[in-house]
Design a protein around this ligand. Structure first.
Ligand code: VGL
Ligand code: ZN
Length: 210
């Protein structure tokens, strides 16, 4: 696969809290960092996303008395899975992994900053309506093909990839550059791969990229 200026690599949520030692670690976050660094060098256009929650965010179990992480609550916008407190604004957990080395990244797009609504995809909030502006940015930059890596395929990578495909971008997820929260057979990562395939997203390996 040959890249050109119509391609972008979107590196999703490569933050301390989603890696080993963090508050909501993926199984393999620290292992995908070198893969992302290597593949990232091949792209002229790189965008980073940063999950960025205020204290007391609606997705935190601690904000719902009597609830525990992985419980869910029904919100006006739908069912919300609850998580441990993570990526709190201006904390170590919200910083990018120290080994992430993509100095040529052009845009850092934050999400999840509204206290009363969550955001998995960096295109829009989980209500499916409130946009971040990423779609318009990519269009104005002449982007046609979106390649996705980072954390976690089950939630934010999967959500972003499905939205990119629905927005009309040709979309690829780089399997070995993607970490999962629950990689067990039949669990959330497995389900996400099926859902994004149905949305028209192609699963590739970093070695498929020239
Ligand atoms: C994520 C759960 C909660 C992710 C973010 O980056 O996949 N998952 N917040
Ligand atoms: Zn989050």
């Amino acid at each position: 696969m040959k890249l050109d200026d119509t391609c972008v690599l979107v590196v999703v949520d490569m933050q301390n809290d989603f890696c080993e030692g963090g508050a909501l670690p993926t199984a393999d976050g620290h292992q995908v960092v070198p893969v992302i660094n290597a593949v990232g060098r091949k792209f002229h256009n790189v965008v980073l996303t940063q999950d960025w929650h205020p204290p007391g965010h609606v997705s935190f179990a601690s904000a719902h008395p009597g609830k525990n992480p992985l419980d869910s609550v029904v919100m006006p916008y739908g069912t919300q899975i609850l998580w441990p407190d993570h990526v709190v604004q201006n904390t170590w957990g919200a910083e990018f992994h120290p080994d992430l080395d993509l100095p040529h990244a052009q845009l850092i797009i934050r999400k999840g900053y509204l206290k009363e609504i969550d955001s998995y995809s960096a295109f829009c909030m989980v209500d499916g309506v409130t946009k971040t502006g990423l779609g318009s940015y990519l269009r104005e930059r002449g982007i046609e093909r979106v390649f996705v890596a980072g954390c976690a395929i089950d939630y934010c990578v999967g959500g972003l990839a499905a939205d990119a495909a629905r927005a009309g971008f040709e979309t690829f997820v780089i399997d070995d550059a993607t970490a999962s929260i629950d990689p067990a057979p039949g669990a959330s990562a497995d389900r996400a791969w099926k859902e994004i395939a149905e949305a028209g997203v192609t699963r590739i390996a970093s070695s498929d990229i020239e």
